[in-house]
Design a protein around this ligand. Structure first.
Ligand code: ADP
Length: 504
């Protein structure tokens, strides 16, 4: 076992969790259980059910009943108030929720502690939007203008949210906050690697807020549980964040039943550096964009597309920063890089590093597990040079602290390389020539483009992918629209409905 103390909130003992349905914990119908491990040293500190069809059915049933019991029809101010309460609870229990997340995904406590404040703002932002779900009057010309046409926006009903492990409660908020503001009810399947934070969050909401029973349910499990949910006939809308591969599966299942689906998938984000850039800032931006979260970020800036004149300086600067990164226990506040979340992920990253080598790239720095650390999940920050954009390591999402550096000689070539990818989640441009920045930003094929910065996210700004990086947006008004459908209502003003047929 480990030298790690079980968290006091878990009473120091391994906890076997149930699923959370209709306002409380209920026993799962299955005997299959999944271990929850602390990635730093592999300690198993909890187990959760690997839920099956009956569990999914009861959670969807609870969400349906809560929808029909009036969550959609309550006053908007009621939903607003509940969302504010949720925000307050996230802040009040910030320390515990951050700690639970670290125990599940192994990310640094210093990173995870910054999340609750942001998560709370997502709930507050959509709380205010609950009061502004507005339709419009449409100037139709039917019957010579004697028809009134107006639109209203309705919730879909039961939303299923499927989330990954890297930022579990933030990515939950991206879906849950707008879905609830719009009047939907929710069944959540968190990642099998990070189920406990979601369960505890559900418990806190039901203990401390006026959220009605059944509005937010959590079923734990792996891909089978996810598939049961996406195939369930009484689900009205799917919201998924994860890999493009799984997103495609979810999309196929949703298409079978014609269920609207938003997908936030992977990326192969290019950071484009021009010679006029402030090198210090740009190198910081590149390092900040790939090494935090041990590279496990959808938008990770995993391709550095750099002008040949500054290539060597940029590589040198990146190596300098990589060399100083301090590994350690994620609960150690001095640690700057934690392990990846689980073994398959580690193997995947190592496989890509080997692949890069065999494709002819040079491992300028890193490429292996650092010595003297417990477990087998640490990976050194890795910088690959002598790379081309055609190499698999430059085309496929690695989801680890691995950056591929690709040189260019002019702006047209930079754009060609940056856009020559199946993905389109993010991109950045670094240059002191603002005309160039805007010109390039206009042409970059990505849902978020950053100029002289990177990885900024806000509840107020839409986030999502072009191309294979996804469908739909999270954040901003667009993020609310994902959870609303539009109804057009027609009213006759003429007072007359003439027959279209000849009288007999
Ligand atoms: P990642 O977390 O690496 O991005 P995935 O895309 O595999 O990995 O997983 C994201 C979420 O999708 C997780 O909650 C996972 O359990 C779930 N999932 C995996 N396979 C399926 C599937 N076939 N249908 C629905 N959900 C799935």
């Amino acid at each position: 076992m480990s030298d790690f103390d079980m968290p006091p909130e878990l009473g120091g003992e391994k906890v076997d969790y149930d699923i959370f349905v209709d306002g409380g914990y209920v026993r799962s119908d299955t005997n299959e259980r999944l271990d929850v491990k602390f990635p730093y040293d592999g300690t198993i500190w909890a187990t959760v059910p690997d839920s099956g069809a009956a569990d999914v059915d009861s959670a969807v049933g609870a969400a349906r009943a809560a929808f029909e019991a009036g969550w959609a029809d309550c006053l908007p101010s009621t939903r607003r108030d509940v969302l504010h309460e949720i925000a307050d609870i996230v802040e009040e229990y910030a320390a515990e929720l951050s700690r639970l997340t670290v125990l599940e995904n192994g990310r640094l406590i210093s990173e995870m502690e910054r999340y609750p404040a942001a998560i709370a703002e997502w709930y507050r932002y959509y709380a205010s939007h609950a009061m502004h779900i507005e339709g419009k009057v449409v100037p139709v010309e039917n019957k010579g203008g004697d028809m009134l046409n107006y639109t209203r926006k309705d919730p879909y009903g039961v939303v299923v949210g499927i989330t990954p492990w890297n930022s579990p409660l933030l990515l939950t908020a991206w879906k849950l906050a707008p879905a609830l503001a719009a009047g939907n009810t929710f069944v959540h399947k968190p990642s099998e690697h990070t189920p406990v934070g979601a369960l505890r969050f559900a418990e806190l909401l039901h203990e401390h807020t006026a959220l009605p029973d059944g509005v937010y349910n959590v079923v734990t499990g792996a891909s089978g549980t996810g598939a049961e949910l996406t195939e369930h006939k009484d689900v009205d809308k799917l919201a998924f964040t994860g890999s493009a591969e799984t997103g495609r599966e979810v999309g196929k299942q949703a298409a079978e039943r014609l269920v609207p689906t938003s997908l936030e998938l992977g990326g192969k984000t290019a950071q484009v550096l021009f010679p006029s850039t402030d090198l210090e800032d740009a190198i910081n931006g590149v390092a900040n964009g790939i090494f935090p979260a041990t590279g496990q970020m959808c938008q990770a800036g995993s391709r550095v597309v750099v002008h040949e004149d500054i290539h060597d300086e940029v590589v040198e600067g990146l190596v300098d920063r990589a060399e100083t990164i301090k590994f350690g226990n994620p609960f150690d506040r001095d640690a700057e890089m934690a392990p990846v979340a689980f073994r398959e992920q580690w193997e995947k990253v190592i496989k890509y590093i080997e692949l890069g080598r065999s494709e002819g790239a040079t491992i300028e720095y890193g490429g292996k597990q650092p010595a003297d650390l417990p477990g087998q999940l640490f990976i050194m920050p890795t910088i690959m040079t002598d790379a081309s954009n055609q190499m698999q390591v430059a085309r496929e999402e690695i989801f680890g602290p691995v950056v591929t550096v690709i040189p260019f000689s002019n702006e047209a070539e930079a754009l060609e390389i940056a856009n020559d990818t199946d993905y389109g989640l993010g991109a950045s441009v670094w240059s002191e020539d603002m005309r160039q920045c805007i010109r390039v930003a206009d042409e970059l094929e990505a849902g978020s483009v950053y100029i002289n910065e990177f990885l900024q996210v806000s509840h107020a700004s839409p986030y999502g992918g072009y191309k294979d990086s996804g469908i739909g947006r999270e954040g901003g008004e667009e993020g609310l629209d994902e959870y609303l459908q539009t109804k057009a209502v027609w009213i006759d003003l003429s007072g007359e409905v003439p027959s279209r047929f000849q009288p007999r």
